[in-house]
Write a protein that binds this ligand. Sequence first.
Ligand SMILES: [Cu+2]
Length: 546
Amino acid sequence: MSRSQARGTGDGAGRDAGTRLGAGAGRDAGTGLGAGAGRDAGTRPGPGAGRPGGWSRRGFLGLLGGAGLAVAGCGGAAESAGELLASRVRLPEPFTVPLPIPEVARPVRPGRYEMTQRVAAVEILPGLRTEVWGYGGTFPGPTFELRRGIPAVLRVRNELPVPTSTHLHGGVNPPGSDGYPTDLVVPAGHAAPHGHPGEVHHPVAKDYHYPVEQRAATLWYHDHRMDFTAPQVWRGLAGMVLVRDEEEDALPLPRGERELPLMICDRSFEEDGSFRYPQAHGGHDHSHARDPDFMEGVEGDVILVNGAPWPVAEVTATRHRLRLVNASNARRYRLRLSPGGRFTQVGSDAGLLAAPVAHDTITMAPGERFDVVVDFSAYPPGSAVTLLNTLAGGPAGNVMRFVVTRRAPDDTAVPAVLSRPPGRPRPVAARTFDFRRTDESWTINGHRYRPGVPLARPRLGTAEVWRLTSDFHHPVHLHLAHFQVLARNGSPPAATDAGWKDTVDVRPYEVVEVLARFDGHRGRYMLHCHNLEHEDMAMMADFDVI
Ligand SMILES: [Cu+2]
């Protein structure tokens, strides 16, 4: 595998592309997300066919399937959240591109980082150029290795043609640095956008202050701009953050070359290699119109890991630690190793588990992370071990491949006791949040997102039971607050719900109870669906920590 992002084209190319995409490029989506994209996306019936109330047939049937799921407890298509947008380009052979590892961000001085969001041309599909909007001009952006107890300031400079807001997903950060959707970094020369109530504009750059007073964990950062998170993340605005601490240092887990950050997402491509995305979702500043065919969310047919299609990584026959992030807009994955094998989970969204949990499969909803160890000594040298996604057939059924090269010494282990996470505090209140389609919107408790209007006011230092109910696949994410899953439909949580989390996979017609702790900071935060198209279609709500 290559240890650097050599696949990018560096500063110069990024600047040129940026110039070309300057003023006005935003008007027509610029990067080749062509008009009418999605009209013939393949798996759907023709326009208007069977779409009661503007819904696609598959979406409508998906909801029925969801009802069936709740009753019958099984169902294949009902596991899928989004609508497939097929690529127009010939797809590359899987397992031919080496796995890239994003560069680790270097501070400009201790505790201070600077990163520029810019347009760049990178090679994602072999032989083709794709324009990305990247942190640092790369996709994914650089990985930040932060240490508990050492605060970090991140200056984000915006040279893109659109405003942005950067959210550190899973971070326990003050509200002014949380990446609120209307807290915007506006590029030079950009006319004032929407003017949502309470909208804040930072010209050109903003400093985000991260106290890093949280446990070692796999976090990630991504754009969170009001109404446009989905198209802007699709174009590349995402990267990983690894928080380290002494508790983790003391464990004999694999590290160095044997610890792999793996950001998994799906994309579609036009014939020329540019990203493909539904035009109605991809406009910038002038339209809230949505393509009803993609109301459920957009799924691509190319699975990228660290920005490379179905990559291959050579590994020694030793334990490896995989830091899995589902950075997809809408796609859920059920990961499985072929020809067999187990994942030993050591961490969840918000940090190390108390004890490891073994899984044959791991289902990941958008926004979720799994910190797992795979022991490749179980396979003979020369083996190909494929990471499959058993929720999809066709190209999206593959994720990546490991090739086991040779035996090697291995002094790592997965101890029976990993950490001492905080216990479960006693809740002081219970609330219900209903995630549902209301008319043509995705709503929470019947409301489209209203910035500045909180649906809850939990007290700092307390815990509450939040009951999440749903009509469809809605991966629910809380900013600031970490939570434990207490129950699904009144039954014990799934094995993959273990540990402290910030995102939970809520499936059609499920009732998921979580115990959330409101620690760290007072102020305005939010909960929302992490299906990014749902999020842009207003499935968000504020809560104020008082
Ligand atoms: Cu949703």
